[in-house]
Design a protein around this ligand. Structure first.
Ligand SMILES: Nc1nc2c(ncn2[C@@H]2O[C@H](COP(=O)(O)OP(=O)(O)OP(=O)(O)O)[C@@H](O)[C@H]2O)c(=O)[nH]1
Ligand SMILES: [Mg+2]
Length: 396
């Protein structure tokens, strides 16, 4: 993975060892779903996230409720039930598939004596683990500090020696105030550094846009097969792993079309439902690449029963966050990936349903290469001719 050396252990500097995943924890996964949501699918995703972070899921629990209990999120009876289960399966950690308020996390920890991790914390930990470049590491540190700031209150006892980023204490300042001040200062410094990196990227991109071949962005839910497809099309060596958020940096490579034109293909960071808002800066490079692309290839895991929810998430980002209704968007191709895994009639019914919604759509296997020549052909048909104009006027 290569990211561990860059990782700064920010969270536990402040909140103590109980506040993050180290790997090897035995965890009960808890999903709380409003009416209409599919608890099974959500548990499957939570389990994949937990395993990516190195946790051993030993049991699961679900509760259906529309409004969280303000003190403990799940009801008291459920807390007792889970505590008994934890003793039975010898669990030391509870992982919640929702975001807990700082007070809920603290109450649950005090009441159960177990390590309490929520979904945002879990995703933050995976990002910290996978950040492989300086810029990704900075974005993750920024996300951790933003997540941390409101949680400092009430966890005061953990503020013994916060990792050496605290300067000298001003007169009459409590340790808590001093830590908050130091964190805010560090946040500002990180924001400045990331802006700087963004500017440098923008200069490079402007040059490419003027003189280089058109850009194609691969976009999709995490683990859908973007990096596999990227490698298959460019003979590249992007990291492929059965993990969530294996890719945390965008990667660009040249790719030749059947009509002998060349294009630049970008592999991007995967999306996920309800991304912790603190993590959005980690997506800037991805979002910029997508916004500037001359063509977008959406990669969907057609073998996953949750693929319709994935498609909704991807479309929300593309159509609501990136391209408002007024902004012209580049052509989009939907690839229904993992064709080699489709077996049952249920699988094929899902593919048919997807093809009704996602057009132009093509069923492919990035792994076996099936239908990739057809994909290249379709890309060549839909990719606009050279685009020497600035992005703002490019699609008119
Ligand atoms: N069977 C099968 N597996 C595939 C296919 N494409 C990708 N995979 C597997 O799916 C997993 C995820 O693939 P990646 O290419 O890392 O997915 P990604 O979209 O880049 O994921 P992130 O970078 O984590 O967002 C890996 O285990 C791949 O081997 C396919 O066509 N068939
Ligand atoms: Mg990837």
């Amino acid at each position: 993975m290569g990211g561990r050396g860059l990782r700064r252990l920010v969270i536990e500097d402040y909140l103590g060892q109980r506040a993050r995943i180290y790997g090897g924890e035995r965890a009960i996964l808890i999903e709380v779903t409003p009416a209409g949501a599919d608890a099974k699918e959500r548990l499957a995703e939570l389990s994949a996230l937990a395993e990516t972070a190195g946790v051993l899921p030993v049991a699961t629990a679900t509760q259906r409720r529309d409004r969280p209990d303000p003190a403990t999120y799940i009801g008291r009876g459920k807390v007792l039930e889970i505590l008994a289960l934890a003793q039975q399966v010898n669990a030391d950690t509870l992982i919640f598939g929702v975001e807990l308020t700082p007070a809920q996390a603290r109450n649950l920890e005090e009441f159960t004596g177990l390590k309490i991790i929520d979904r945002s914390q879990l995703i933050l930990d995976i990002f910290a683990l996978h950040a492989g470049t300086k810029e990704a590491a900075l974005a993750v540190e920024l996300a951790q500090l933003r997540y941390l700031l409101p949680r400092l209150r009430g966890w005061g006892q953990a503020l013994s020696d916060p990792g050496g980023i605290v300067g000298t204490m001003g007169p009459g300042e409590t340790r808590l105030e001093q830590s908050r001040r130091a964190i805010r200062r560090r946040i500002q410094a990180l924001e400045r550094e990331l802006k700087e990196a963004e500017r440098a990227r923008e200069v490079r991109r402007a040059r490419r846009r003027r003189f280089g071949p058109p850009e194609i962005a691969l976009v999709g839910y995490t683990n859908s097969g973007k990096s596999t497809l990227f490698n298959a099309l460019t003979h590249g060596d992007a990291l492929v792993a059965d993990q969530l958020f294996a890719t945390l940096d965008t990667k660009v490579r040249r790719f030749f079309l059947p009509d002998n034109r060349s294009a630049l293909l970008t592999d991007t960071v995967g999306f996920i439902r309800d991304l912790p808002p603190q993590l959005i800066p980690a997506f800037h490079a991805t979002l910029e690449a997508v916004r500037e692309a001359a063509l977008i290839v959406v990669v969907l895991d057609a073998a996953s029963p949750a693929v319709f929810e994935h498609l909704r998430t991807v479309r929300r980002v593309l159509f609501e966050d990136l391209f408002g209704p007024e902004k012209q968007r580049p052509p989009i191709i939907y690839t229904l990936n993992k064709l080699d895994l489709l077996r049952t009639s249920e699988d094929w019914a899902r593919v048919e349903g997807l093809l009704l919604e996602a057009q132009p759509g093509l069923v492919i296997s990035a792994k076996t290469g099936e239908n990739l020549p057809e994909l290249s052909q379709l890309i060549a048909e839909l990719l606009p001719e050279r685009s020497p104009l600035p992005a703002s006027v490019r699609y008119h």
